[in-house]
Design a protein around this ligand. Structure first.
Ligand SMILES: *Cc1c(COP(=O)(O)O)cnc(C)c1O
Length: 419
């Protein structure tokens, strides 16, 4: 059976647990940096390439900071995400603000930071103008509608997705923005999520290049930035492989050379805003087995819950599970691996073939580096865990402490209760 690797062994993990306890998410700095460099290299042919890391995937300033050091910007969609970018000195056009249903104060903050604002709707031109003023550069998010086959569980079909402008609105939007004095323009789309087929990304680039040329030909507007969105999948299952970034880069280069260059839009900045593929495979949720129970099925209960990792409960997503020290033991037991929420979907794995598990075993849940801790919540009064960074020198740094009961109760004032 295919295995997934870990950046630590059982002894190293026991030492970390001795200091921090479980549960926690731990991120592998070296692997994140190497991966970031791979992505940038795959687009080194482009006149300019920028990855705006989707902050929502791992909204931790230490992660954002190391990605900034690798040359990444930030893709923000809320006030808090803008503030996080600001804290780590990701500023100006190194921020792309791709929001939806946006409050005025968030547009004001985006303007204050000099972010590239990416409008989600045609009515937001006037809304932005009224509440924050129009910037020099403006981008629009394109929703291609029922052009593409499929869609998927996370983002759905484009025509069912709440995001973006229709094609007709897009043309109207550029025209209106230009008439109001906007001078520079970007174009954005995000149509797939967790996709492992590299051809989709090349297809998206072709679609966007054609669109930019059509905008140029009909409106005379030269798009200077095309953001292809995020959505690059990761191999959650051990038998899957990662997206071949070099292949994607080459495919997009071909499209660029055959469309953008002869069409007169060279030099054009290419951008992406992936989250998942940047950090996802390099984070791990580490937990301890608290209980076992045998009824109609066999259950293993952890000291972590869906509040620490929502994806399996929310999407039925597969996350690989390793029982430390039993990697090579026969996987001859079938368990549901659960948390303690009073929700029956609080399961990290269902009917999973695993080795014999004992109380006290350390369980590692893989691929939690993106959309893991970030999706945490406090239902049932569960607390969000710490986040740790496994540094390149092998040392471990606490980059977010675990929540306490005091944090949970911080918004309550018990003194107003009658005796
Ligand atoms: C969530 C999101 C991303 C990142 O998606 P990944 O699947 O993590 O790559 C990028 N852009 C937008 C607009 C998003 O909503």
């Amino acid at each position: 059976m295919a295995q997934k690797t870990l950046p630590f062994n059982k002894e190293q993990l026991q030492q970390i647990i001795a200091e921090y306890g479980t549960p926690f998410h731990i991120y592998d700095e070296k692997a994140i940096r190497e991966n970031a460099r791979r992505l940038i290299k795959a687009f080194s042919w482009a006149p300019e390439f920028k990855e705006y890391f989707a902050v929502k995937a791992t909204p931790n300033p230490y992660i954002l900071n190391l990605l900034r050091e690798e040359g990444f910007g930030a893709d923000c969609s809320s006030l808090a995400e803008l503030m996080l970018a600001e804290k780590v000195h990701i500023l100006d056009e190194n921020i792309m603000f791709t929001s939806n249903d946006t409050p005025a104060e968030e547009y004001q903050k985006a303007r204050e930071l000099g972010a590239i604002i990416n409008l989600d709707d045609i009515t937001h031109i006037d809304y932005l103008e009224k509440h924050a003023g129009l910037p020099e550069i403006l981008s629009f998010r394109y929703n291609p509608g029922p052009l593409r086959e499929g869609g998927n569980d996370i983002i759905g079909k484009p025509e069912d997705a709440k995001y973006g402008l229709t094609k007709a609105q897009l043309f109207e939007g550029y025209k209106a923005a230009k008439a109001k004095g906007v001078q520079r323009f970007g174009l954005h789309t995000m149509v797939i999520s967790n996709e492992l087929d590299p051809n989709y990304f090349i297809g998206t680039a072709n679609m966007m290049f054609d669109l930019a040329l059509e905008i140029y030909q009909t409106l005379g507007i030269k798009i200077e930035l095309i953001n292809l969105g995020g959505g690059i999948g990761i191999p959650y299952r051990p038998e899957q492989g990662p997206v071949d970034l070099e292949y994607v880069g080459r495919g997009i280069k071909e499209a660029y050379e055959s469309k953008i260059v002869p069409g007169g839009l060279h030099p054009l900045k290419i951008a992406m805003e992936s989250g998942r593929m940047i950090t996802g495979p390099y984070g791990y949720l580490v937990a301890t087995v608290l209980h076992k129970k045998d009824i109609y099925k066999h259950y293993v209960g952890l000291d972590a819950s869906m509040a620490n990792l929502m994806r399996p409960g929310m999407y039925g997503a597969y996350h690989h599970v390793t029982v430390m020290g039993k990697e090579n033991a026969p996987h001859d037991h079938i368990y549901d691996v659960t948390g303690g929420l009073c929700e029956n979907n609080d399961k990290f794995a269902v009917d999973r073939e695993l080795p014999q598990i004992d109380i006290g075993d350390i369980v590692v849940i893989h691929d939690t580096g993106a959309h893991g801790h970030a999706m945490g919540f406090n239902y049932n009064g569960k607390l969000r865990s710490a986040e740790l960074l496994l540094k390149e020198d092998g040392k471990v740094k606490l980059i977010r402490r675990a929540e306490t009961i005091e944090d949970l109760f911080a918004t309550l004032d018990f003194s107003g209760l009658e005796k």
